[in-house]
Design a binder for this molecule. Structure first.
Ligand SMILES: NC(=O)c1ccc[n+]([C@@H]2O[C@H](COP(=O)([O-])OP(=O)(O)OC[C@H]3O[C@@H](n4cnc5c(N)ncnc54)[C@H](O)[C@@H]3O)[C@@H](O)[C@H]2O)c1
Length: 349
Protein backbone atom coordinates (compact mmCIF):
# COMPACT_ATOMS: atom_id res chain seq x y z
CA UNK A 1 0.00 0.00 0.00
CA UNK A 2 1.35 3.44 -0.96
CA UNK A 3 1.11 6.81 0.75
CA UNK A 4 -1.58 8.72 -1.20
CA UNK A 5 -0.26 11.85 -2.97
CA UNK A 6 -2.84 13.93 -1.12
CA UNK A 7 -1.16 13.03 2.18
CA UNK A 8 2.47 13.66 1.17
CA UNK A 9 2.64 17.27 2.37
CA UNK A 10 1.12 16.41 5.74
CA UNK A 11 3.48 13.43 6.07
CA UNK A 12 6.49 15.68 5.44
CA UNK A 13 5.21 18.26 7.93
CA UNK A 14 4.85 15.51 10.55
CA UNK A 15 8.42 14.37 9.86
CA UNK A 16 9.69 17.94 10.30
CA UNK A 17 7.89 18.06 13.64
CA UNK A 18 9.60 14.85 14.75
CA UNK A 19 12.96 16.29 13.70
CA UNK A 20 12.47 19.20 16.12
CA UNK A 21 12.52 16.63 18.95
CA UNK A 22 14.59 13.72 17.62
CA UNK A 23 17.49 13.69 15.12
CA UNK A 24 16.12 11.00 12.80
CA UNK A 25 18.91 8.81 11.47
CA UNK A 26 21.28 9.64 14.35
CA UNK A 27 19.23 8.57 17.36
CA UNK A 28 16.14 6.55 18.22
CA UNK A 29 13.81 6.88 21.19
CA UNK A 30 13.76 3.96 23.63
CA UNK A 31 10.66 3.59 25.82
CA UNK A 32 10.69 1.00 28.59
CA UNK A 33 7.41 -0.27 30.03
CA UNK A 34 7.67 2.39 32.76
CA UNK A 35 8.23 5.10 30.16
CA UNK A 36 5.18 3.93 28.20
CA UNK A 37 3.12 4.04 31.39
CA UNK A 38 4.27 7.62 32.06
CA UNK A 39 2.88 8.86 28.74
CA UNK A 40 -0.40 10.71 29.31
CA UNK A 41 -3.13 8.88 27.38
CA UNK A 42 -6.65 8.47 28.74
CA UNK A 43 -8.67 5.25 28.50
CA UNK A 44 -11.20 7.13 26.35
CA UNK A 45 -8.44 8.08 23.91
CA UNK A 46 -7.19 4.48 23.74
CA UNK A 47 -10.73 3.28 23.05
CA UNK A 48 -11.19 5.87 20.31
CA UNK A 49 -7.83 5.01 18.66
CA UNK A 50 -8.53 1.28 18.82
CA UNK A 51 -11.98 1.64 17.32
CA UNK A 52 -10.48 3.72 14.50
CA UNK A 53 -7.84 1.01 13.98
CA UNK A 54 -10.47 -1.73 13.65
CA UNK A 55 -12.48 0.40 11.22
CA UNK A 56 -9.40 1.32 9.15
CA UNK A 57 -8.41 -2.36 8.91
CA UNK A 58 -11.82 -3.50 7.72
CA UNK A 59 -12.01 -0.56 5.28
CA UNK A 60 -8.71 -1.82 3.80
CA UNK A 61 -6.89 1.41 4.60
CA UNK A 62 -4.09 -0.49 6.26
CA UNK A 63 -1.19 -2.55 4.96
CA UNK A 64 -1.04 -5.46 7.37
CA UNK A 65 0.44 -8.74 6.13
CA UNK A 66 -0.52 -11.80 8.14
CA UNK A 67 1.38 -12.51 11.31
CA UNK A 68 4.54 -14.55 10.86
CA UNK A 69 4.56 -17.15 13.62
CA UNK A 70 7.07 -19.37 15.38
CA UNK A 71 5.93 -22.05 17.84
CA UNK A 72 9.01 -23.22 19.78
CA UNK A 73 7.10 -25.13 22.53
CA UNK A 74 3.52 -26.42 22.87
CA UNK A 75 1.00 -23.57 23.25
CA UNK A 76 3.72 -20.92 22.82
CA UNK A 77 4.23 -18.48 19.99
CA UNK A 78 6.23 -15.57 18.68
CA UNK A 79 4.34 -13.30 16.31
CA UNK A 80 5.97 -10.81 13.96
CA UNK A 81 3.20 -8.24 13.48
CA UNK A 82 3.93 -5.47 10.96
CA UNK A 83 1.51 -2.74 9.88
CA UNK A 84 1.63 0.43 7.82
CA UNK A 85 -1.17 2.94 8.23
CA UNK A 86 -0.70 5.68 5.61
CA UNK A 87 -3.28 8.01 7.15
CA UNK A 88 -1.51 7.81 10.52
CA UNK A 89 2.02 8.09 8.99
CA UNK A 90 2.95 5.07 11.04
CA UNK A 91 4.94 1.99 10.02
CA UNK A 92 6.09 -0.51 12.57
CA UNK A 93 6.29 -4.05 13.77
CA UNK A 94 5.57 -5.80 17.04
CA UNK A 95 7.69 -8.82 17.91
CA UNK A 96 5.48 -10.33 20.59
CA UNK A 97 5.44 -13.66 22.34
CA UNK A 98 3.08 -15.67 24.52
CA UNK A 99 4.53 -18.27 26.88
CA UNK A 100 1.65 -19.38 29.15
CA UNK A 101 3.94 -21.11 31.65
CA UNK A 102 6.17 -18.04 32.15
CA UNK A 103 4.62 -17.09 35.47
CA UNK A 104 5.27 -20.45 37.16
CA UNK A 105 8.63 -21.03 35.45
CA UNK A 106 10.18 -17.56 35.41
CA UNK A 107 7.88 -15.37 37.53
CA UNK A 108 7.02 -13.05 34.61
CA UNK A 109 3.84 -12.49 32.55
CA UNK A 110 3.19 -14.73 29.55
CA UNK A 111 2.98 -11.89 26.99
CA UNK A 112 6.30 -10.17 26.21
CA UNK A 113 7.87 -8.24 23.39
CA UNK A 114 9.04 -5.06 21.73
CA UNK A 115 7.73 -2.70 19.08
CA UNK A 116 9.92 -1.05 16.44
CA UNK A 117 8.51 2.13 14.92
CA UNK A 118 10.06 3.39 11.69
CA UNK A 119 9.90 6.55 9.62
CA UNK A 120 7.75 5.67 6.60
CA UNK A 121 9.40 8.36 4.45
CA UNK A 122 13.01 7.22 4.91
CA UNK A 123 12.79 3.76 6.48
CA UNK A 124 14.92 4.91 9.41
CA UNK A 125 14.12 3.62 12.90
CA UNK A 126 12.35 6.13 15.14
CA UNK A 127 11.66 4.22 18.33
CA UNK A 128 11.88 0.93 20.14
CA UNK A 129 9.37 0.44 22.91
CA UNK A 130 8.12 -2.21 25.28
CA UNK A 131 4.90 -3.72 23.96
CA UNK A 132 3.35 -5.14 27.12
CA UNK A 133 1.43 -2.11 28.36
CA UNK A 134 0.39 -1.09 24.84
CA UNK A 135 -0.91 -4.62 24.22
CA UNK A 136 -2.76 -4.53 27.52
CA UNK A 137 -4.45 -1.21 26.73
CA UNK A 138 -5.44 -1.97 23.18
CA UNK A 139 -6.61 -5.55 23.83
CA UNK A 140 -9.12 -4.40 26.44
CA UNK A 141 -10.11 -1.55 24.10
CA UNK A 142 -10.82 -4.03 21.27
CA UNK A 143 -13.13 -5.95 23.63
CA UNK A 144 -14.77 -2.67 24.69
CA UNK A 145 -15.35 -1.73 21.05
CA UNK A 146 -17.03 -5.08 20.44
CA UNK A 147 -19.14 -4.64 23.57
CA UNK A 148 -20.32 -1.20 22.38
CA UNK A 149 -21.88 -2.72 19.27
CA UNK A 150 -22.70 -6.26 20.31
CA UNK A 151 -23.96 -6.17 23.90
CA UNK A 152 -27.59 -5.50 24.73
CA UNK A 153 -28.52 -2.24 26.41
CA UNK A 154 -28.72 -1.98 30.20
CA UNK A 155 -26.38 -4.86 30.96
CA UNK A 156 -26.09 -5.42 34.71
CA UNK A 157 -23.70 -8.39 34.86
CA UNK A 158 -20.25 -8.91 33.34
CA UNK A 159 -17.99 -11.94 33.71
CA UNK A 160 -14.21 -12.02 33.32
CA UNK A 161 -12.45 -15.38 32.97
CA UNK A 162 -8.71 -15.03 33.54
CA UNK A 163 -7.54 -12.42 36.04
CA UNK A 164 -4.00 -11.83 34.78
CA UNK A 165 -2.63 -8.82 32.94
CA UNK A 166 -5.35 -8.67 30.27
CA UNK A 167 -8.19 -9.67 32.60
CA UNK A 168 -7.37 -6.90 35.05
CA UNK A 169 -7.20 -4.33 32.26
CA UNK A 170 -10.57 -5.54 30.95
CA UNK A 171 -12.20 -5.07 34.35
CA UNK A 172 -10.51 -1.73 35.10
CA UNK A 173 -12.60 0.45 32.77
CA UNK A 174 -15.48 -1.87 31.91
CA UNK A 175 -18.02 0.63 33.23
CA UNK A 176 -17.05 3.00 30.40
CA UNK A 177 -18.89 0.69 27.98
CA UNK A 178 -21.31 -1.00 30.38
CA UNK A 179 -22.32 1.89 32.65
CA UNK A 180 -25.30 0.05 34.17
CA UNK A 181 -23.21 -2.79 35.61
CA UNK A 182 -24.11 -3.91 39.09
CA UNK A 183 -22.02 -7.07 39.42
CA UNK A 184 -18.76 -8.26 37.88
CA UNK A 185 -18.00 -11.96 38.32
CA UNK A 186 -14.39 -13.04 37.97
CA UNK A 187 -12.86 -16.50 37.73
CA UNK A 188 -9.28 -17.78 37.47
CA UNK A 189 -7.86 -21.29 37.87
CA UNK A 190 -5.22 -19.62 40.02
CA UNK A 191 -7.53 -18.40 42.76
CA UNK A 192 -5.04 -15.88 44.13
CA UNK A 193 -5.17 -14.01 40.81
CA UNK A 194 -8.91 -13.46 41.26
CA UNK A 195 -8.40 -12.40 44.89
CA UNK A 196 -5.70 -9.93 43.89
CA UNK A 197 -7.86 -8.46 41.11
CA UNK A 198 -10.69 -7.88 43.57
CA UNK A 199 -8.42 -6.39 46.25
CA UNK A 200 -6.77 -4.01 43.76
CA UNK A 201 -9.70 -2.96 41.58
CA UNK A 202 -12.77 -3.04 43.84
CA UNK A 203 -11.87 0.32 45.51
CA UNK A 204 -12.00 2.12 42.14
CA UNK A 205 -14.97 0.34 40.50
CA UNK A 206 -18.63 1.25 41.00
CA UNK A 207 -19.93 -2.31 40.64
CA UNK A 208 -19.50 -5.19 43.03
CA UNK A 209 -16.76 -7.64 42.02
CA UNK A 210 -17.53 -11.20 43.06
CA UNK A 211 -15.33 -14.28 42.80
CA UNK A 212 -17.32 -16.89 40.88
CA UNK A 213 -17.26 -20.41 42.32
CA UNK A 214 -16.90 -22.08 38.90
CA UNK A 215 -17.03 -21.53 35.14
CA UNK A 216 -20.65 -22.65 35.26
CA UNK A 217 -21.60 -20.12 37.93
CA UNK A 218 -19.88 -17.34 36.01
CA UNK A 219 -21.41 -18.01 32.60
CA UNK A 220 -24.90 -18.67 33.98
CA UNK A 221 -24.91 -15.45 36.03
CA UNK A 222 -23.61 -13.03 33.43
CA UNK A 223 -24.93 -11.37 30.28
CA UNK A 224 -21.57 -10.33 28.84
CA UNK A 225 -18.53 -12.61 29.27
CA UNK A 226 -14.92 -11.89 28.32
CA UNK A 227 -11.97 -14.23 28.64
CA UNK A 228 -8.17 -13.85 28.55
CA UNK A 229 -6.53 -17.08 29.68
CA UNK A 230 -4.38 -19.25 27.40
CA UNK A 231 -4.42 -19.58 23.63
CA UNK A 232 -4.30 -23.34 23.28
CA UNK A 233 -3.83 -25.39 20.14
CA UNK A 234 -5.49 -28.43 21.76
CA UNK A 235 -9.21 -29.03 22.40
CA UNK A 236 -9.92 -29.24 26.15
CA UNK A 237 -13.05 -27.13 26.61
CA UNK A 238 -14.13 -26.37 30.16
CA UNK A 239 -17.32 -24.40 29.38
CA UNK A 240 -20.24 -26.52 28.26
CA UNK A 241 -22.43 -25.53 25.36
CA UNK A 242 -25.55 -26.29 27.44
CA UNK A 243 -24.65 -23.57 30.00
CA UNK A 244 -24.83 -20.78 27.41
CA UNK A 245 -28.27 -19.27 26.92
CA UNK A 246 -29.44 -17.09 24.05
CA UNK A 247 -28.94 -13.35 24.49
CA UNK A 248 -25.38 -13.53 25.79
CA UNK A 249 -22.40 -11.67 24.35
CA UNK A 250 -19.13 -13.58 24.50
CA UNK A 251 -15.80 -11.89 23.84
CA UNK A 252 -12.68 -14.00 23.32
CA UNK A 253 -9.06 -12.86 23.54
CA UNK A 254 -7.57 -16.34 23.20
CA UNK A 255 -9.53 -18.00 20.42
CA UNK A 256 -11.73 -21.00 21.14
CA UNK A 257 -9.73 -22.44 24.06
CA UNK A 258 -12.40 -22.45 26.76
CA UNK A 259 -15.72 -23.28 25.08
CA UNK A 260 -17.20 -26.43 23.57
CA UNK A 261 -17.21 -26.16 19.80
CA UNK A 262 -21.01 -26.37 19.21
CA UNK A 263 -21.56 -23.03 20.96
CA UNK A 264 -19.60 -21.30 18.20
CA UNK A 265 -21.56 -23.07 15.49
CA UNK A 266 -24.96 -22.14 16.93
CA UNK A 267 -24.13 -18.48 17.66
CA UNK A 268 -26.47 -16.14 15.79
CA UNK A 269 -23.53 -13.90 14.95
CA UNK A 270 -19.86 -14.85 14.99
CA UNK A 271 -17.60 -11.85 14.56
CA UNK A 272 -13.81 -11.62 14.23
CA UNK A 273 -11.29 -8.81 14.01
CA UNK A 274 -9.72 -10.28 10.84
CA UNK A 275 -11.13 -12.92 8.48
CA UNK A 276 -7.68 -13.41 6.99
CA UNK A 277 -6.17 -14.08 10.39
CA UNK A 278 -8.77 -16.71 11.25
CA UNK A 279 -7.89 -18.60 8.06
CA UNK A 280 -4.23 -18.34 8.98
CA UNK A 281 -4.85 -19.73 12.46
CA UNK A 282 -6.74 -22.67 10.98
CA UNK A 283 -3.42 -23.56 9.33
CA UNK A 284 -1.70 -23.40 12.73
CA UNK A 285 -4.24 -25.90 14.12
CA UNK A 286 -6.19 -23.49 16.33
CA UNK A 287 -9.66 -24.43 15.02
CA UNK A 288 -9.60 -28.24 14.82
CA UNK A 289 -13.34 -28.36 13.96
CA UNK A 290 -13.15 -25.48 11.51
CA UNK A 291 -14.38 -21.97 12.22
CA UNK A 292 -18.05 -20.95 12.15
CA UNK A 293 -19.55 -18.84 9.41
CA UNK A 294 -18.19 -15.32 9.96
CA UNK A 295 -20.94 -12.70 10.13
CA UNK A 296 -18.62 -9.68 9.99
CA UNK A 297 -15.38 -8.14 11.13
CA UNK A 298 -15.51 -6.03 14.28
CA UNK A 299 -14.40 -3.01 12.24
CA UNK A 300 -17.29 -3.46 9.80
CA UNK A 301 -19.74 -3.46 12.68
CA UNK A 302 -18.08 -0.44 14.33
CA UNK A 303 -18.21 1.43 11.00
CA UNK A 304 -21.95 0.73 10.71
CA UNK A 305 -21.47 -1.31 7.51
CA UNK A 306 -22.85 -4.50 9.07
CA UNK A 307 -25.38 -4.65 11.86
CA UNK A 308 -24.23 -5.70 15.31
CA UNK A 309 -26.81 -6.72 17.87
CA UNK A 310 -30.36 -6.43 16.56
CA UNK A 311 -32.35 -7.87 19.46
CA UNK A 312 -31.93 -9.19 22.99
CA UNK A 313 -32.24 -12.85 21.96
CA UNK A 314 -29.17 -13.13 19.79
CA UNK A 315 -26.20 -15.15 21.01
CA UNK A 316 -23.21 -13.18 19.74
CA UNK A 317 -19.58 -14.27 19.90
CA UNK A 318 -16.66 -12.01 19.00
CA UNK A 319 -13.27 -13.62 18.53
CA UNK A 320 -10.69 -10.81 18.43
CA UNK A 321 -7.24 -12.40 18.32
CA UNK A 322 -5.43 -9.05 18.08
CA UNK A 323 -3.86 -7.20 15.16
CA UNK A 324 -0.74 -5.12 14.57
CA UNK A 325 -2.89 -2.21 13.48
CA UNK A 326 -4.47 -2.07 16.97
CA UNK A 327 -0.98 -1.53 18.32
CA UNK A 328 0.13 0.98 15.69
CA UNK A 329 -2.67 3.49 16.29
CA UNK A 330 -1.75 3.54 19.99
CA UNK A 331 1.99 3.53 19.22
CA UNK A 332 1.71 6.70 17.16
CA UNK A 333 -0.01 8.50 20.06
CA UNK A 334 2.51 7.17 22.60
CA UNK A 335 5.46 8.20 20.42
CA UNK A 336 4.16 11.72 19.78
CA UNK A 337 3.37 12.35 23.42
CA UNK A 338 6.65 10.85 24.63
CA UNK A 339 8.45 13.37 22.39
CA UNK A 340 6.24 16.23 23.59
CA UNK A 341 6.78 15.34 27.26
CA UNK A 342 10.45 14.35 26.84
CA UNK A 343 9.80 10.84 28.12
CA UNK A 344 12.23 8.02 27.32
CA UNK A 345 15.90 7.58 26.54
CA UNK A 346 17.61 8.44 23.26
CA UNK A 347 19.97 5.83 21.91
CA UNK A 348 22.55 6.36 19.17
CA UNK A 349 21.94 4.49 15.93
N1 LIG B 1 -6.47 -10.98 21.51
C1 LIG B 1 -5.43 -10.23 21.77
O1 LIG B 1 -5.21 -9.22 21.13
C2 LIG B 1 -4.52 -10.62 22.89
C3 LIG B 1 -3.51 -9.76 23.30
C4 LIG B 1 -2.73 -10.13 24.37
C5 LIG B 1 -2.93 -11.35 25.01
N2 LIG B 1 -3.92 -12.16 24.53
C6 LIG B 1 -4.18 -13.45 25.15
O2 LIG B 1 -4.80 -13.22 26.40
C7 LIG B 1 -4.50 -14.29 27.25
C8 LIG B 1 -4.10 -13.77 28.61
O3 LIG B 1 -2.93 -13.00 28.52
P1 LIG B 1 -2.35 -12.27 29.82
O4 LIG B 1 -1.23 -11.41 29.36
O5 LIG B 1 -3.45 -11.67 30.60
O6 LIG B 1 -1.77 -13.52 30.61
P2 LIG B 1 -1.56 -13.70 32.19
O7 LIG B 1 -0.68 -14.87 32.34
O8 LIG B 1 -1.17 -12.41 32.83
O9 LIG B 1 -3.02 -14.08 32.72
C9 LIG B 1 -3.72 -15.22 32.34
C10 LIG B 1 -4.57 -15.63 33.53
O10 LIG B 1 -5.47 -16.66 33.10
C11 LIG B 1 -5.48 -17.67 34.09
N3 LIG B 1 -5.88 -18.89 33.42
C12 LIG B 1 -5.13 -19.69 32.63
N4 LIG B 1 -5.87 -20.70 32.15
C13 LIG B 1 -7.11 -20.52 32.66
C14 LIG B 1 -8.32 -21.24 32.52
N5 LIG B 1 -8.40 -22.32 31.79
N6 LIG B 1 -9.40 -20.77 33.19
C15 LIG B 1 -9.34 -19.66 33.96
N7 LIG B 1 -8.22 -18.95 34.11
C16 LIG B 1 -7.11 -19.39 33.48
C17 LIG B 1 -4.09 -17.68 34.68
O11 LIG B 1 -4.07 -18.25 35.97
C18 LIG B 1 -3.75 -16.18 34.68
O12 LIG B 1 -4.12 -15.56 35.89
C19 LIG B 1 -3.44 -15.12 26.53
O13 LIG B 1 -4.04 -16.22 25.94
C20 LIG B 1 -2.93 -14.22 25.47
O14 LIG B 1 -2.50 -14.93 24.32
C21 LIG B 1 -4.71 -11.82 23.50
Amino acid sequence: MRLPDALKEAAEAYRRWILECLPIGKELLYLSQDHVKQVPLTPAEVLDLTEKALIAYSAQKVDMPSKIALHPLADTFFHAMPAYVPEQFVAGIKWGSCYPRNREQFGVPQAQGLILLSDHLSGLPLAVMDCKYITELRTAAVTYTAIKYLAPKNVETFGMIGCGVEGRQHVRNILSVLPGLKTIYVYDIFEKAADALIADLQPCIGAQIVKAASYEALVKNTQVIASATIASEGYNPVIKDEWIEKGKTILLCEGHTLYEDPVFKRADKYIVDSREQVEQFVQYGFYPFGHPVIHAETGEVAAGKVRGRENTEELIIANNFGMAVDDMFVVRAIFDRALEHRIGVRLPL
